[in-house]
Design a protein around this ligand. Sequence first.
Ligand SMILES: Nc1ncnc2c1ncn2[C@@H]1O[C@H](COP(=O)(O)OP(=O)(O)OP(=O)(O)O)[C@@H](O)[C@H]1O
Ligand SMILES: [Mg+2]
Length: 334
Amino acid sequence: MTITNNKAAQRQEPDNPYALIGSSQLMKQVYRLISKVLHSEANILLTGETGTGKELVARAIHEYGHRRTQPFVVQNCASLPDGLLESELFGYKKGAFTGADRNHLGMFDAAHNGILFLDEIGDLPLILQAKLLRVLQEQEIRPLGDTQYHKINVRVIAATHRNLEEMVALGEFRSDLYYRLAHFPIELPPLREREGDIKKLAYSFLREIAMRERRGEMRLSAAAEKALQNYDFPGNVRELKSMIERAILLADDTDTIECHHFPNIQGVISPESSPVHGGMLKELVDHYERQVLIESLKKHHGNQKNTAIALGVARRTLLYKLSKHNINSRNWRA
Ligand SMILES: Nc1ncnc2c1ncn2[C@@H]1O[C@H](COP(=O)(O)OP(=O)(O)OP(=O)(O)O)[C@@H](O)[C@H]1O
Ligand SMILES: [Mg+2]
């Protein structure tokens, strides 16, 4: 658990709203959604692939919202065994179970009047889902071993990289909890679909990390820039940041980052210059297949049925390929 108690409101930078970097249309839509929930009490569900900035957005909603002077408490629902997670969330009374030798304040109490960020909510076991639903409905909790409920005032922001709708369909996630959390969903787009943001983020990380490493001003060569633009970033912004970090260390004798300072994307981005060997062909074919799927989904506004017809494959095959490439067709729905 981490608790932040922010005293000062952050100033709004017009270029980096909420201190987030990116000015693509998809990110502007995210900023619009953030502005709508900042001063409301709605619970929020943040979805998106790994590394897209869900935690950063949750923190921004806290720092720029009206609860900013109150605590921001983080709990990762995937990191603890069920029993421990329950006592962390709801707290317990001395003597509630063997080893409970003192009262323990739960996260809901720690986040009173502030925000509780429940990360990896898709990993919350069903039994705790029922308890969480009750807390959200009644705004009251009962610590383990206590006989009384007491009122709390907590805004919940939940996040997951998993597809909760699919989990609901499979009976793995309660639909009533899903609808309560998804009152205000915000989906963070994958980096590869944010037009222009790769370069912006890359330069921002370059400045930040070069300064930290006490290097002078650094730049990207035109080819390195292009290589980044063409790369898929399955790990999204987090991956870009660590690639820049590594590239700065590798480029210890120059202030210009070149393609070969990004060893993980060499093969995929410059097929002409590399011989086809050891898995290269598969990478190229996969890369091409992904592009075709995305183009076709764009053209058909995310409609899976029409996309499958246009590509001449069964809908089941399309679903399999979308899941294989981690593509979410909803990103292109009108
Ligand atoms: N728009 C952005 N501007 C600047 N930095 C960003 C942005 N989005 C993400 N980052 C950075 O990328 C990294 C990953 O972000 P974050 O931890 O919020 O992702 P996440 O969606 O919670 O990932 P996961 O699902 O793996 O937990 C962090 O270092 C964060 O600061
Ligand atoms: Mg996260």
